[in-house]
Ligand binder design. Sequence first.
Ligand SMILES: Cc1cc2nc3c(=O)[nH]c(=O)nc-3n(C[C@H](O)[C@H](O)[C@H](O)COP(=O)(O)O)c2cc1C
Length: 186
Amino acid sequence: MRIVVAMTGASGAIYTQRLLDNLDPRKHEIHFISTKHAREVGQLELPKGELKIAPSVIQYDENGSMFVPFVSGSAKLDAMVIIPASMGTIGRVANGVSDNTIARAADVFLKERRKLILVPREAPYNLIHLRNMATLTEAGAMIIPASPSFYTKPKTITELVDTIIARVLDQLGIEHQLVKRWRSNE
Ligand SMILES: Cc1cc2nc3c(=O)[nH]c(=O)nc-3n(C[C@H](O)[C@H](O)[C@H](O)COP(=O)(O)O)c2cc1C
């Protein structure tokens, strides 16, 4: 698969890290882009303040350029995951404000009916957040909230985060062994 991973400035940089950890760049073409605020939050939240990214992941330095492949429908990518997704970016995408690389790319994935997955993190939600997420769902995006589950008895923060990463990988159609499936020995 050809996948865009976009990190925006909501809390939850560990979600980005765990998704990147579980996308094999030998099997998939992975494009990675982050916003300025994502990098600031990452500095606070991540060990040593930065993501560990495999060298073969294709990285973009700034979230402003329209000279990247996935801002055009003519570039055939399969899926985009915005993780974590800030309410700011969700608002931009839900309202068609394509003024940066990530917002434009998400707009393209929606118009081309390609898979767009957003992992929002905010609490509580205001009505604007909820309406924007409803709009994105109506437009074909998949919202996977950063609301981990507990029934698999996660013992570490990583295991807790992986309950969400498992859902993202399931939606991408990528096999994984991250969590035990309910009522199965898989
Ligand atoms: C420490 C920190 C934590 C934040 N957490 C959240 C959050 O959980 N959800 C959210 O929507 N915004 C959060 N924000 C605010 C966003 O970073 C801010 O709205 C920013 O403009 C989003 O821009 P971006 O979408 O371009 O990254 C946080 C900001 C900081 C500094």
